[in-house]
Ligand binder design. Sequence first.
Ligand SMILES: Nc1ncnc2c1ncn2[C@@H]1O[C@H](COP(=O)(O)OP(=O)(O)OP(=O)(O)O)[C@@H](O)[C@H]1O
Ligand SMILES: [Mg+2]
Length: 352
Amino acid sequence: MRLFGGKGPAITNGLDIGTSYIKLVRLQHLNEIDVNLLGYGLKKVPRDAIVEKEIRDHDTVLGIIQSLIDEVDPSIKEVSISLAGRRVFTDKFQVKVPKKRENLRESIMIEAEQKLPMGTEGLIIDYHILHESEDSKTAEILMVAVHNDFLRDYVLLMQDGGYSVVGVDVDYIALTNALKHNIIVNPEDSQVIVDIGNSITNLTFLLNGAYFNVRDITGGTLDIWKTIQMKLRVSPEELSQLESGEATWPNESEFQNAVYAATEELKMGLDMAFSYFENITKGNQISQLYLAGGGSIIPYLGEVLSEKLSLTYQVLNPFYKLHYDPSIFVGTSPEAIAPLFSVAVGLGLRKD
Ligand SMILES: Nc1ncnc2c1ncn2[C@@H]1O[C@H](COP(=O)(O)OP(=O)(O)OP(=O)(O)O)[C@@H](O)[C@H]1O
Ligand SMILES: [Mg+2]
């Protein structure tokens, strides 16, 4: 199976199997630019059913996916999925484009093998062409390698439910696509997409308006909410209401202080990652923060991080440029939930 891409249908279904929430969007591609959001949905995953992106409780996860699909559109049979975590490797390199272009894949594969110190056994390798020189002599390649059995677990899970996986991507490419579809990034500056998930925060760096590299930092909403719970002394029931946005804390400044304390570790992780980026790009500084994932919905989190890092921020709303019938957002607003769907939308936007 090829990683990356599907077969180019007019309707795509992006399924983001997160550790704490499974998200689905159904998109209709009207033309190259206009995309309709036909439906969306999310369902909570019980703790430990997925650990570090590995599916531990097959039946439970499949049951959740089936009920999510039934809710969004029971006719869905084909989905695109995303992989992430420590069993996905990535690297970037230049290759000479061979005179016979059909040999490009082979040249890339030879170079890719050199880049994998552990060898290529048991891995599936694929690539994206990020950039080609103007004379078409060299190309910049993004290589992605995943463990065969890791990918197979996902594909077999879907097959067991009677679905087929028509596209496989990785979180950071999906996020880059979601960003670029909705926001015009300044190619003069460097930006970072910070996807604050359940246990991991994923950073995708952009340089010259294009994907540059990626870094994971440990910690996400689980740790943030744990600290908020401790600081505000809330019960598990109250916490779950705060987490899902069903309730808000009555004393705003108290909540803001708790978020301030709860984001200290994340701030330190971001600082380190930004210094690393600055070093490897010989002095490029991040100028803009795009926040994605469930963490970006936590009240005050954006303001607090922006203040701590002295950077402007914007919450990535992957629905922003999509067309939709407003009635699909019953009882909620697109802005309130959109950041949860950045990966799912990015998956769905891909047609190639
Ligand atoms: N309806 C909601 N309103 C507000 N916040 C929510 C809502 N649903 C979930 N969240 C927050 O989003 C978090 C989950 O974020 P997200 O879905 O991005 O993680 P994930 O993709 O499951 O995790 P990972 O990427 O680490 O696998 C929850 O812990 C909660 O804090
Ligand atoms: Mg996620």
